[in-house]
Design a protein around this ligand. Structure first.
Ligand code: SAH
Ligand code: DHB
Ligand code: MG
Length: 224
């Protein structure tokens, strides 16, 4: 059972009212996803805005996302880019990718975004670091089982100084339970283990509560 508290959502509503405001394109995206039966596991509005601001603050021009779903976080990330920037987003399910493309189109962002359908590990393996430009910012939010593999690919395909952000690294606190019956936990723990004394990145993780309950983001920066 997900641990939740109605106060967390009320505070998220307050944050959105003051700092984000109405956003018809994002509302339409969530409505289309719901209508198509997609799981409501997108980032929250406050989290999406955080991704946009992080990417903007480092002047990201080339962003990679692993796990598109209906394109909600992709809309936020695409908004961080100037007109000549690119977002590459990887998604397993062709039906989700089609909905994401239509949501990005409605949001006026489709010209900046390439969605690649398939197993992300395969798509990443086909991407060569010699194919510049390297990524400035990577958002990892697909199957948690492959998080350690996604870390390796993200480092390989990113410039030094790039920021990597992983979603869902706390999972109601389940991450500290080595015997967790949540199949997603071992993959997430493998990410932390890979990052312990890592030679190429510095990392931290921040716990969050809100409309998406108790979870967290892991942030890493690729060393020079
Ligand atoms: N980033 C999205 C939410 C992503 S949900 C948002 O915030 O709006 C996770 C997505 O990863 C799902 O759409 C799921 O289909 C996709 N996924 C799961 N396993 C995958 C894999 N092996 N390769 C690529 N995508 C995968
Ligand atoms: C799940 C996946 C996510 O990316 C998320 O943010 C929440 C839940 C899941 O697979 O359960
Ligand atoms: Mg997620």
């Amino acid at each position: 059972m997900a641990k939740s508290d109605p106060n967390w959502s009320d505070v998220d509503d307050y944050i959105v009212r003051h700092l984000i405001g109405e956003d018809p394109a994002l509302d339409a995206c969530l409505a289309a996803n719901d209508k198509a039966g997609l799981p409501a596991i997108d980032v929250s509005p406050a989290q999406g805005r955080m991704l946009e601001l992080l990417a903007r603050s480092i002047g990201a021009r080339h962003i990679l996302e692993i796990g598109t779903l209906g394109g909600y976080s992709a809309i936020w990330l695409a908004r961080a880019l100037s007109d000549d920037g690119r977002l590459v987003s990887l998604e397993l399910e062709p039906q989700y990718a089609a909905i994401a493309r239509s949501n990005l189109e409605r949001a006026g962002q489709s010209g900046k975004v390439d969605i690649i359908v398939g197993e992300a590990v395969s798509s990443l393996s086909a991407m060569k670091e010699s194919q510049a430009p390297l990524f400035d910012f990577v958002f990892i939010d697909a199957d948690k089982e492959n998080y350690a593999a996604y870390l390796d690919h993200a480092i390989r395909l990113s410039r030094s100084g790039a920021m990597l952000v992983f979603d869902n690294v706390v999972r109601d606190g389940g991450v500290i339970d080595p015997d967790s019956d949540d199949p997603k936990v071992p993959g997430t723990r493998a990410l932390y283990e890979a990052l312990q004394n890592h030679s190429k990145v510095d990392a931290t993780a921040i716990q969050t509560v809100g409309s998406k309950n108790w979870d967290g983001f892991l942030l890493a920066v690729v060393r020079a």
